[in-house]
Design a protein around this ligand. Structure first.
Ligand code: XMP
Ligand code: MG
Length: 180
């Protein structure tokens, strides 16, 4: 198996680019079957989801829109630390089917924040597509169901295919896991 180094850390290839491509094809087929004929907006979460979103959306075979939002961290005035604000909403999602495209669902805190926003904006239906999912870390099993999951992975840090370590590694075509 291939290994790669970023800064002082070593990562080992865990999901190859061929396997990822095959799985995204299957997810697109499922989405085409499930959502064709509906008024669908895909919402990609930047930065990590940009490659997954591109590969998935290219294989959607019905007319649909795509837009991207980003979680921007900034220091709050209180001592509670970092506050995350969702920026970049410019798509009308009122009464539409929304497919959230995430690179990875870990604790699910990010996803919860996004779903809350979609509910406020009155999405008719919310579907979640995530390339990677860490079931052992996910805290919202009872409340937010995950509709289109690429791969379930262990609770270890991963990079590649859009995911970064300190801003690096997003261009790796496979997914790599931290070994040391
Ligand atoms: P939560 O815990 O909110 O995390 O579900 C989701 C966001 O955190 C980032 N994340 C990772 N990024 N390797 C990464 O490069 C990882 O193993 C990892 N786990 C979480 C990611 O940005 C995701 O959207
Ligand atoms: Mg990141």
């Amino acid at each position: 198996m291939r290994e790669t180094r970023i800064h002082e850390k070593t990562f080992r290839e865990m999901i190859t680019e061929e396997v990822i491509a095959e799985r995204i094809k299957q997810l697109a087929l499922q989405i085409n079957n499930d959502l064709s004929g509906k008024d669908v907006v895909f919402i990609g979460i930047l930065n990590g989801a940009f490659l997954f979103a591109a590969d998935l959306f290219r294989q959607i075979d019905f007319p649909a829109r795509i837009s991207f939002v980003k979680l921007a961290s900034y220091k709050g005035t209180s001592s509670s630390g970092t506050i995350k604000e969702l920026i970049g909403w410019n798509e009308d999602i009122n009464n539409k089917t929304v497919v959230v495209i995430e690179d990875i669902v870990d604790t699910g805190n990010t996803l919860e924040r996004i779903v809350d926003e979609l509910v406020i904006r009155k999405a008719a239906e919310i579907k979640i597509a995530a390339l990677l999912y860490k079931p052992d870390a996910y805290k919202y099993k009872e409340t937010i169901s995950l509709d289109y999951i690429g791969f379930e992975i262990p609770n270890d840090f991963v990079v590649g295919f859009g995911l970064d370590y300190d801003g690096l590694g997003r261009n790796l075509p496979s997914v790599y896991t931290l070994i040391q």
